[in-house]
Design a protein. Structure first.
Length: 522
């Protein structure tokens, strides 16, 4: 992370008020007593702000005395009252003749669902943040307005990551400083623009509750899966320079700085974000708008990255550092990954085939039942588990083993007497090939939800595939009477329940062994 921050711009001070127990807070940027020339650019479709219209270039007041960024949704705007009181006590404000009126634009983000919706930053919080403000290094992470920040909410808060507050700065040889501060509470995923690597976002979670990567939020939107938590977003930012710029020029800088959001957040500026960027000029160094604007975009992107990396896991939201550490411990090259996947598939297929062989040779895979089929089975379960763990290819291979066993066990039944030689292959072997395939596809379609439900439904789907195809083909070819259907219903229910119980237990145990973790989301 960059060691610089907003306070590298001489005259600016940053202070925080944090309430970790309630999951909210606010941050104040204090300007020099004479104020700073200010502009603002709002790109999000759901902003919440105060005194923003005043910052339009054509309006009268040119300088502001503080900027307040807060959690608590619209309730949090009340914290600006406390900042005004603190500034008034210190004789700072716009001179209207009979009083000095502090100009404190403010913007808020939505953090109410994180912990407590009934605790928000108020006037006392804004006052405390001003009292705590200093020109030292900017504290980053779970602090101030970043306490309740979260990112990657395309699938809702349950799959999101922890966001935070970050800052960054740069200094040119001529002494020009450009800096940024960002509170990262985005709907979208966060990436490092320098590497393209996603740092935090909507998580993909496996059966053991481990993050396996990040979903593409744009693809989720295109598939109709979002948006969720439609108001729980917004990235707030302040960029600043010691360069001398007019109100119109610094407003243009705010607009250019929004590019930094677009580099680091995907998607950004949505109708469910309130993305707002303030810009401050509080120096006398001659410069050009485009120089400051280009650097402001760079620093804002870096501040977003810094805030994401500085965040700590809290409120059930894992931070980027925790996820990165887990993946680093399992880091392998792409070639090694392919070898590992191939080896893992072979291992899973081998184990499931071995289990199928044991069940077949010992007879443990079959149970006597009082109907025309005479036997119920759990021989389909290894194919189901293979499909769930490694996909339809492994499921198909293990199902083939079940089919061969069924062929050798039942091809000599009287119902096949006088039938064509291919008939037992179609009725006894072919249906078993689809057990693991159907189970795998069912699990893939449902795995983003509750894992127990997804595994259970996959097991039931695989079991019904076996029963429906075998009996259906038997009835279709006249090998079995229609009257058999009511008699096998209890058997089918029994097979489905047993398959679901075994599948859930085995898959969870397998995942725990693989990850070396004792816990599971299942």
């Amino acid at each position: 992370m960059s060691s610089g921050g907003l306070t590298d711009v001489c005259g600016l001070r940053v202070g925080h008020w944090s309430d970790p127990e309630a999951g909210t807070g606010c941050t104040v940027i204090l300007c020099p007593p004479e104020g700073a020339v200010a502009g603002v650019d709002v790109r999000g479709g759901a902003p919440g702000g105060r005194e923003l219209e005043l910052l339009r270039p054509e309006n009268t007041v040119e300088r502001v005395h503080a900027i307040l960024l807060g959690g608590g949704s619209a309730f949090g705007l009340a914290a600006a009252d406390g900042a005004m009181h603190w500034l008034e006590e210190h004789g700072i404000g716009y001179d209207v003749g009979i009083a000095r009126v502090p100009i404190v634009p403010a913007a808020i983000l939505f953090d109410l669902p994180v912990v407590r919706a009934d605790v928000r930053p108020g006037p006392e919080a804004g006052y405390a943040a001003c009292a705590a403000a200093n020109d030292g290094p900017v504290e980053q992470g779970n602090v101030g307005a970043g306490v309740g920040a979260s990112v990657g909410k395309a699938r809702g808060l349950a799959y999101a990551c922890k966001g935070g507050l970050g800052s960054a700065s740069t200094c040119l040889p001529n002494g020009l400083v450009v800096a940024a501060l960002a509170v990262v509470n985005a709907f979208g995923n966060i990436s490092d623009p320098r590497t393209g690597r996603v740092l935090a976002g909507a998580r993909e979670i496996d059966a053991a509750g481990c993050c396996t990567g990040f979903a593409d939020p744009v693809a989720l939107l295109a598939a109709g899966e979002g948006p969720q938590f439609a108001t729980s977003n917004t990235t707030l930012a302040v960029v600043a320079t010691n360069g001398r710029l007019s109100k119109a020029a610094i407003t243009k800088v705010a607009q250019q700085a929004q590019t930094g959001l677009a580099r680091a957040i995907r998607p950004v500026h949505t109708t469910i974000d309130g993305d707002t960027v303030f810009a401050l000029s509080c120096g006398e160094i001659d410069t050009h708008t485009d120089i400051v604007g280009a650097l402001a975009a760079d620093m804002l992107a870096q501040a977003i990255v810094n805030g994401t990396l500085a965040a700590q896991s809290a409120y059930g939201l894992p931070c980027a550092g925790e996820i990165r550490a887990f993946h680093h411990s399992n880091l392998i090259t792409q070639e090694e990954r392919l070898v590992k996947i191939s080896t893992r598939s072979i291992v899973v297929a081998g184990v499931m085939i071995a289990i199928s062989a044991v069940l077949a040779l010992t007879g443990l895979g079959y149970f006597p039942v009082p109907n025309v089929t005479s036997e119920a089975t759990i021989m389909q379960v290894p194919a189901i588990i293979g499909g769930v763990l490694e996909g339809w290819g492994v499921g198909l291979i293990v199902g083939l083993v079940f089919g061969i066993n069924a062929l050798t066990r039942f091809a000599g039944l009287p119902i096949f007497a006088g039938q064509p030689a291919w008939m037992p292959f179609v009725v006894l072997l072919l249906p078993r090939l689809f057990i693991g395939v159907v189970a795998a596809l069912t699990y893939q379609a449902m795995k983003r939800g509750n894992q127990v439900v997804a595994l259970s439904v996959a097991a039931v789907a695989g079991t019904l595939t076996n029963t429906v195809l075998v009996l259906g083909l038997g009835i279709l070819f006249g090998l079995l009477p229609w009257a058999i259907i009511p008699t096998v219903i209890p058997q089918v229910i029994f097979e489905c329940v047993i398959a679901a119980v075994i599948t859930v237990a085995v898959v969870v145990a397998w995942k725990r062994i693989e990850t070396g973790r004792g816990g599971s989301s299942v």
